[in-house]
Design a protein around this ligand. Structure first.
Ligand SMILES: C[S@@+](CC[C@H](N)C(=O)[O-])C[C@H]1O[C@@H](n2cnc3c(N)ncnc32)[C@H](O)[C@@H]1O
Length: 244
């Protein structure tokens, strides 16, 4: 199956936006996993005085996690899908959270930042050129800034790949078919299989020049299927080094 990319992917997310929160609520641990990954950034003082970027914010579930992890921070949340952003904007947010309709690729020229930390949840598997987006992330991060990527990345074991296939065939694709979004949820299944394994993505981060790269598993049924990747942008750290 060919994967959805760019405009086609944004349109598929536009269409799926009205049922996205309902479907992800059925996934045990979806929100708790996002919160755990955001907290792994270990942002000091509740994020007071920091400017954070939520890249690929969707309907705002990852933005909410970032806000809970750093309630004092200013947050810029960016997404390529107008439909997903409309859902995010319909929710209550403090004034220091703002949403922008931009692709990760456009952000390179958008004169945004610098940011003290970047959070990207379920994004990298979807972009056409992950290395280019990582280069953009590096230019947007302050020296010493932190990156947390929360992503479907298989461990490399056959058991985890088989579990992912079974969950997609038995639950994700049938549920997505009921909401009229079969193409997007088939993309989800295949994009995870086609994307980097967790060790390969960690290597990709290192190749991109990010420092102190660490991979931490996500708990629950997604263990071995979703990971948090933590990395720094060299320089003096603006966030605490230790991770939970
Ligand atoms: C699976 S959703 C995750 C949303 C949110 N981060 C969450 O954790 O619930 C992926 C999001 O990435 C966005 N996206 C995909 N490719 C993108 C790109 N190149 N630039 C910006 N956003 C993108 C999609 O529009 C979609 O809203």
């Amino acid at each position: 199956m060919s994967l959805l990319r760019d405009h086609d992917l944004a349109r598929a997310f536009d269409h799926a936006s009205h049922t996205y929160d309902g479907l992800t609520a059925l996934n045990p641990g979806y929100r708790a996993g996002l919160l755990r990954s955001a907290r792994r950034l270990r942002l000091p003082d509740g994020g007071a005085g920091l400017h954070l970027l939520d890249l690929g914010c969707g309907t705002g579930a990852s933005t909410r996690a970032l806000l809970r992890a750093a309630p004092g921070a200013r947050i810029t949340a960016v997404d390529a899908s107008a439909g997903m952003l409309r859902r995010a904007l319909a929710k209550p947010w403090p004034a220091r959270v703002r949403f922008l309709h931009l692709t990760a690729e456009e952000l390179a020229k958008a004169e945004e930042g610098p940011f003290d930390a970047v959070f990207a949840a379920y994004l990298f598997r979807n972009v056409t050129d992950p290395d280019a987006v990582l280069r953009t992330v590096r230019t947007l991060l302050r020296p010493g800034g932190r990156l947390a990527v929360h992503e479907y990345t298989l461990s490399g074991s056959r058991a985890h790949r088989a579990l992912w296939t079974a969950v997609c065939r038995g639950i994700v694709i049938p549920a997505g078919t009921l909401t009229g979004d079969r193409v997007l949820y088939r993309h989800l299944r295949h994009s995870v299989i086609a994307f980097d394994t967790a060790p390969a993505f960690a290597e990709r981060l290192t190749r991109a020049g990010l420092t102190s790269v660490r991979t931490v598993p996500v708990a629950g049924w997604q263990k071995g299927i979703v990971h948090t990747f933590l990395a720094g942008n060299g320089g003096p750290t603006t966030t605490r080094e230790r991770t939970q």
